[in-house]
Structure formats: C-alpha cells, structure tokens
Design a protein around this ligand. Sequence first.
Ligand SMILES: Nc1ncnc2c1ncn2[C@@H]1O[C@H](COP(=O)(O)OP(=O)(O)O)[C@@H](O)[C@H]1O
Ligand SMILES: [Mg+2]
Length: 430
Amino acid sequence: MKEYDRIPVSKVQRASKFISTGAKIGSNYLKHYGKKLINGEADRDELHLDNATDIYNSLSELKGGALKVAQMLSMDKNILPTAYQQKFAMAQYSAPPLSYPLVVKTFIKYFGKGPTEIFDSFTPKATNAASMGQVHQALLKGKKLAVKIQYPGVGDSVKSDLAMIKPIALTMFRLNPVEYDEFIQEVESRMLEETDYALELQRSMDLSARTKHLKNIIFPTYYPAYSSDKILTMDWIEGKPLGELLNGPIPQPERNKIGQALWDFYHFQMHTLKAMHADPHPGNFIITNDYQLGIIDFGCVKVIPEEFYKIYFQLLEVDVLTNLEKREKTFRDLRFIHPQDTKKEEEFFTAIFMKLVELLGRPFQSETFDFADDAYFNELYSFGEKLSTMKELRESKRARGVGEAVYLNRTYFGLYTILHDLKAKINTTW
Ligand SMILES: Nc1ncnc2c1ncn2[C@@H]1O[C@H](COP(=O)(O)OP(=O)(O)O)[C@@H](O)[C@H]1O
Ligand SMILES: [Mg+2]
C-alpha cells in the first residue's frame, strides 16, 4: 500500500479532492443516463457502485473528518444504497498509512524520544489504519501493545472537512439542509473530541473500569505514561476483528454470547452510567479465541444529560403510543412534531414516527428477541427506503428530531446491524 509522507492538509488540496470527486460523480450520472437513452433502461446498482468507488477513493485519501463522516453515513442503511455502505464500511481498514519518519517525529514532539527508545520493539509500518490515526504494535517487557498515533493536522481539518462534505451529503444522500445543520453541530462536537487522545485515554479508563464486571467482555489496560494528546498506548487484544469473524462460521451459542455481551454493555452504559461508547462499528470489537468481546476505541463517547435521558427513553415505555397525551408530549419534546406544524403536517409526521417507534421498539416488547429475523429487518429497511423517497420529508423545512439524539440513534442503529449480522438471539429485557 502507498504511504503518505504528508497528508493533504491545505484547504486548497482538500477542496480540489472534493471537486474531482464531484466531477466523477457527475460523469457517472452522465454514463448512467446516456446508457438509459440508448437502452431505455439503466442499472441503478451499477451507478451506485461506480459512485461509491469514486467517493470512497477520494475520501480514503483525505482521512480526517471527511472519512469519519463517510463512515457515519455508511452505518445508516436508511440513507445509503447498499453499494455505498459496503464501500464505506471498508474505510475503517483501508486508509493509507503515514511514513515511519513522521511517526518518529510525532513521538519526539511528545516524549522527547523515538518509539524504539521507549519500547523494546516497535513496528515501523502501521499494522492497522483508521480514520484519524494509525496503530502500531510494540513490545515492552514481553507485553504486546497497541500504539495509536493520530495523523498530524487532523484537528485543524475537521471543520473544513465538514463544510466541504456538506454539498455531497445534501445531494448524494438526499439530506435536508436544516436537518443537516442540526445533525452536523452534534457530529462536529463529537469529532473534535475524537481528536483529543488525552480525553480518549481518560474515558477509556473510566468507562472500561465501570463496565468490566459485565459478562464476557474484556478491555485492554491503558498506559498513561506512554500516552499523550496524539498518542494512545494500551494492551494489544489478541483475536479477530468482529467484521472478519462475521464472514466465517460461528456456532450459534457463541453468536448469542457475543450478542448478549454487546447488548448488556450498551444498555448498562445508557441506563446506569448515562455515558457511552457511541461507535458500535465492527472494527471496534475484537473477538478472542474463547469468544469474549474485546472492546476498543472510546474516541466517540456520548454523555446523556439527565433531562434528555428521561424524554428519549419514554419512547420505550409500553404506553407511549396508546396514551395519547403522553405520545403527543413525547413527540413534541423530541421535536418529531413542531408547534408551527399545520394539522396536516402533524398527522403525517405523527403517523411516521408512530410506525418508527413501533418498529424500532419491537425487540424490547418481549423478553427475548431473535436478531436473525430477516422479515423484521426487511420491514425496517423497506420503511427506511420509503421514507427516503417521501417528498413531504425532503421538502419539510423543519428539522425533525433533536441533535442530542443523533448518537443514541446511531448507536442503536449500529447495535441492531451488528446483532443482525451476528444472527444473535438474546435477552432484551433491561
Ligand atoms: N488494543 C488493540 N488490540 C488490537 N487491535 C487494535 C487495538 N487498538 C486498535 N486496534 C486495531 O486498530 C484499528 C483502529 O483503532 P481504533 O482505536 O478503532 O482507531 P479509530 O479511533 O481511529 O477508529 C482497530 O479497528 C483495530 O483493528
Ligand atoms: Mg475505531
């Protein structure tokens, strides 16, 4: 794989990447419609795949904020055609690494010495790449460590990346500009936090200490002495990344065991700690030989304010759809419905959100739920697809939902997707 001696950080370079991406998307559309004119038909999947490849190639060179947004969007099957999701899911594994001299320079800046003076050994090449950093393996007193190093300049570029990806997101992902702003503020705050490895160290140690009593999960030990704003050192977890494991055969009891561990980990954080790991992406879980769930990457943590907690989780109360007064209040508090809505809008959006609440809340309605259930997921995805084509939704000038909910929704979305891929049957009572 090609290595970068420097990242394309200047605004002009980054902007030109976006422009070339835009041009490629345009030409693919031309190809698509050209074909349509000749044959009288065109292959929509082929078009999506062409675009996904182009966008993915450009974004993976960009690193930083843009790639992270792409990853976020890739989790939302409601927004992205399947071709995009597959491409963007790969982003986690395929960003080009930084060269060794740049890595050494980062070490000298923070510790006054290079990695080989600190560790007994250190891999000159990154063993794993990610959106804002890359991971090297090191050995210290016989212990294998993971050393995550942040790409220089990432923090400065997050905001400009977000500004530049906006036109692509609006047109390609058919987002409404008002919703986008509401969403992006929340995303921007979390992403700026993600560039702070000192904060990540503190949160990793705190949340892992408070959840480690749960069954079948493990965490690396973190090493503050070998960590800084841009470097994070922890134990290496031996095992297979969950994404890789999902492609192979896993016995059903093990599927259930991993799924249950995931479920318990997220619900304990939401309901008891009111702060949670908000990035349930297959790349952030490592499954050990004996099928324990190894959890890494507390870069994105959502703290759930008490007031908001009460409002949001009313959605899971049994009578939220049948108790009219409660339903109206909850829907208004969460801004599914606006005070300025016309009667017609109110009816339209009430019906949509009732359906969503019923669908997404279904796993909670019985003691156990089988996430292998394709019929359930087809219902969910086809409703999502229907929503993405509704002109009332696209043309609505008001954002539906509150920014505070973005990462909770996203966490549930990631959790359901992984549990479905795992085909896990689990106890969902909480
Ligand atoms: N402690 C670890 N043990 C084993 N692999 C790790 C460890 N930490 C990171 N990795 C590998 O490096 C990748 C990127 O690390 P991660 O912390 O998720 O970075 P990012 O915050 O940029 O997503 C992970 O997906 C995983 O494959
Ligand atoms: Mg990660």
